[in-house]
Design a protein around this ligand. Sequence first.
Ligand code: FRU
Length: 469
Amino acid sequence: MNETSQLKQLARSLMTGQPKAAADPWRPNWHLAPPVGLLNDPNGLIHHNGRFHLFYQWNPLACAHGAKFWGHWSSTDLLHWRHEPVALVPSEAYESHGCYSGSAVVQDDRLVLIYTGNVKYADGSRTANQCLAVENDRGEFDKLGPVLPLPAGYTGHVRDPKVWRQGEHWYMVLGAQDLQLQGKVLLLVSDDLHHWQLCGEIAGSGLHGLGNFGYMWECPDLFELEGQDILICCPQGLAAEAERYLNTHQAGYLVGRLDYEQADFAHGEFHELDLGFEFYAPQTTQTEDGRRLLFGWMGIPDQEEFLQPTVQQGWIHTMTSPRELSYRSGHLYQQPARELTQLRGTQTSWQGIANEAPLLPAQSAELQLSSSGPFCLNLLDALTLSWDGERLTLSRPNLRTGELEQRFWRGELHQLRLLCDHSSVELFINDGEAVMSARYFPQGKVSFSLMGAAEVELQHWPLARCVVE
Ligand code: FRU
């Protein structure tokens, strides 16, 4: 299909689907969600001339994965967003099966997108081209075509370029699968964004003591934070353990030091970024005031996605809230971006025995909680959080079987901060030492309902809507 036909189909999809999607009671108030169709990875996150740009993997034609477009939102404050012209439409032969994930940089004061042109063949094989597109005066993106074909030694699974400037050069990390079907992250260098040279494999299965660590690594992101180099990556194919790696695919990070000359990244162990049910393909950028900001996709590929009931209303998935990253003693901390406190309405504070706590509305709300001992927090049985003094357990009924499924965190619990938005909860533990994110689909109006004999201290705020126009 040429670009005009694709845009005609997109227009029809929006005209027919948008009213239904917008009226869905599970639609978020302040998280970003696709107007219609399927959203997955955040792409091209950047802060430029006072404006945040967040692009996203988008199938506007169906609640299904497929030939992805790039949607585009922008905002000056992370609270008021506007729709920008659709950035990329998969219309060319070199991207026939999708304008897959990638990043944005600024060159000559214009945004340049670097993304993967995904191509599938009738025999089931595929290839990938890393491509450029540059912003024009209408806020649209003109494609410049492929700048990097498939490197030798890798299967067709090479994608998700994340590019940054370091000294005199541009660098790229790229997710890849080698011919032995091991997941890898490649480092490349360029002087002009158009000509790229492979420096080497900086991380992956079988490297730096990781052992067998997955058949494909997607969506790498590398940045410096408080003197450390942090590599975010999404390994696929890790075996589930009792209390970790419980999702179909993982999103996590490695802390180390990148030697740019030797393409060597000595790093420590892999940590999951989020211990909840839905979190994948995060991307970060540095804000103009020096913060490291992250958006993730509140979804997991291949994980019973299409049982989510919003599919009936013609849309599926949301972004996470924007999160600020910091680094302390070997760990990344994540906090909701400070801008989000502006969504807070009237504060309610309460202290007493958990069993006697008032029901507080949880539809679109923030709850901060500290407790002297075990407690249980229930959201209409659609989601339950329980603390037994050693382990925090997040439970919900599985959408297929109705049986309880669980995710865990262990540690010393000081404080919890829950951000709820109609069909999602993001739980920040101990000022962001760990995070658990989950979608859930309660039938009816939800309240926080507490149980237990412990003494609890609560702070609660309703959260206002984020405008998207
Ligand atoms: C991650 C991912 C990326 C790919 C994109 C396609 O969710 O599979 O590797 O570029 O989604 O939509």
